[in-house]
Write a protein that binds this ligand. Structure first.
Ligand code: GDP
Ligand code: IMO
Ligand code: MG
Length: 425
């Protein structure tokens, strides 16, 4: 059985958590393959709301096992907090035995977070707008071959290894920034959290996932962030530090490319971005404010207001190409109800030419969006359960997008709740 991959096609926060939760019942294993606690995946059901940062979004289904894959970077302190919150809400993952952690996943140290903050401070105006969770410095230590992995926490000399890396970070901080903030409190929390993580099954996840495949079980790889934040193909340097695209599922879980089945790409009916960097269709006006207000566009991890804008088809086509998307999911269609007109960017005016693709540089040269005006719909979508209830004008918008993007919109999400989801095809 192949591994299906679910990932974001924009700048993150497309609704991945909700859709993974909706699809989880049909899978034996849900595996996060990259990113770390920079992610915030929101799930709502039975009047309850959960935000997951590191834990895969399949934990609420009885028979689904969840894996934090080797491509993920783990902050033990955040992970323990997530586990504690879930336990308080009646979901004790240790007791349920439904969470596994890859030994090869890298550890975020308190000093990685200090480095993240110091780097951003140094950049001033040009800063990335990082979530400051230590993601960049941890992936740098991974590729620099200095990192510590989850498997190392069971070694007798872990403390010495930890201290060696911390000493390196401290000397970097002193040399580059002249100061090191006190991190003794976080260090104590870090070791406390490791004691908890040691109680979970720490696994050779590449073997585990391939055994699932061999046994004909169904696996869903859960992405974090979105294609436009990919380290190679996103709006560099305003990106995260991992491959958020489908290829990342191969390296982040240890599976071969031919094992990938469906690639489920999620996008919002409009577009958002949080943090710095280019956003060609951004609405810096009342309309943008309306989208933020109606769509509750505030970061699930940092609470920062998300920047809002219209859907960007050149960017979406680019993401679909990079990922080999076979099915689309459109979320937050309900947020557009009541707008008399909505707009879709079909082309960019770029350096004197009209283009319909993502050019190399959108940071120093701003692509000017060319819009198609589309009639909006007035009906409230949040209660609809039947395809026959989809307003004709929304159906035209979906038909237009399918024709432009060349991939079917298989699911339509009309609200944050698990139940507010329609299967279109
Ligand atoms: P993720 O990072 O991709 O999992 O997305 P986030 O959880 O960061 O952000 C998506 C937000 O939109 C969350 O607050 C969800 O509860 C909410 N959401 C998801 N789908 C829909 C939808 O179809 N309509 C509305 N109104 N909200 C949605
Ligand atoms: P989910 O999985 C939206 C953004 C940050 C910043 C840039 C780099 O919830 O969709 P980092 O902390 O990785 O150094 O930040 O990437 N970013 C996200 N934006 N959703 C996310 O995750 C994000 N994870 C990182 O705001 O601009
Ligand atoms: Mg999010």
């Amino acid at each position: 059985m192949a591994v299906d991959v679910l990932l974001g096609l924009q700048w993150g926060d497309e609704g991945k958590g909700k859709i993974v939760d909706v699809l989880s019942a049909g899978y034996d294993l849900i595996a996060r393959f990259q990113g770390g606690p920079n992610a915030g995946h929101t799930l709502e059901f039975d009047g309850k709301k959960f935000v997951l940062n590191t834990i895969p979004s399949g934990i609420f289904f009885e028979n689904t096992i969840n894996l934090i894959g080797n491509g993920v970077v783990i902050d033990p302190i955040t992970l323990k907090k997530e586990l504690d919150k879930l336990k308080d809400a009646g979901h004790d993952l240790l007791a349920k035995k439904n969470l596994l952690i890859a030994k090869k996943a890298h550890l975020i140290l308190p000093t990685h977070q200090l480095l993240d903050a110091a780097n951003e401070k140094k950049m001033g105006e040009g800063k990335i707008g990082s979530t400051l969770k230590g993601i960049g410095p941890t992936y740098m230590d991974k590729t620099g071959r200095n990192g510590l992995r989850i498997g190392d926490i069971t070694l007798p000399d872990f403390k010495e290894r930890y201290q060696k890396l911390v000493d390196k970070h401290v000397s970097m901080l002193l040399q580059l920034y002249g100061e090191v903030a006190d991190f003794s409190e976080r260090e104590a929390l870090f070791f406390e959290a490791l004691d908890v993580l040691r109680q979970f099954p720490l696994v050779d996840s590449e073997h585990l996932v391939n055994n699932y495949i061999k046994d004909g079980k169904k696996v869903l790889a859960e992405g974090a962030q979105g294609a436009m934040l990919d380290i190679d193909f996103g709006s560099y340097p305003f990106v995260t530090s991992s491959n958020t695209t489908a290829a990342g599922a191969c390296t982040g879980l240890g599976i071969a490319p031919q094992q990938i089945g469906e690639v489920i790409g999620i996008f919002k009916a409009y577009c958002t971005r949080v943090g710095g960097g280019p956003f060609p269709t951004e609405l810096d006006d009342e309309m943008g404010e309306e989208l933020r207000r109606i769509g509750h566009e505030f970061g699930a991890t940092t609470g920062r207001p998300r920047r809002t804008g219209w859907i960007d088809l050149p960017a979406l086509k680019y993401a679909i190409m990079l990922n080999g998307v076979t099915q689309l999911v459109m979320t937050k269609a309900d947020v557009l109800s009541g707008f008399e007109k909505i707009y879709a960017c079909t082309h960019y005016n770029y350096l004197g030419e009209q283009i319909d693709y993502m050019p190399y540089d959108i940071c120093s040269v701003k692509p000017e969006p060319v819009y198609k005006e589309i009639d909006g719909w007035n009906e409230d979508l949040t209660g609809i359960t039947e395809l026959s209830e989809i307003p004709a004008k929304l159906q035209s918008y979906i038909d237009f997008l399918e024709a432009e993007l060349g991939v079917p919109v298989k699911y339509l999400s009309v609200g944050p709740d698990r139940k507010q989801t329609l299967v279109l095809h």
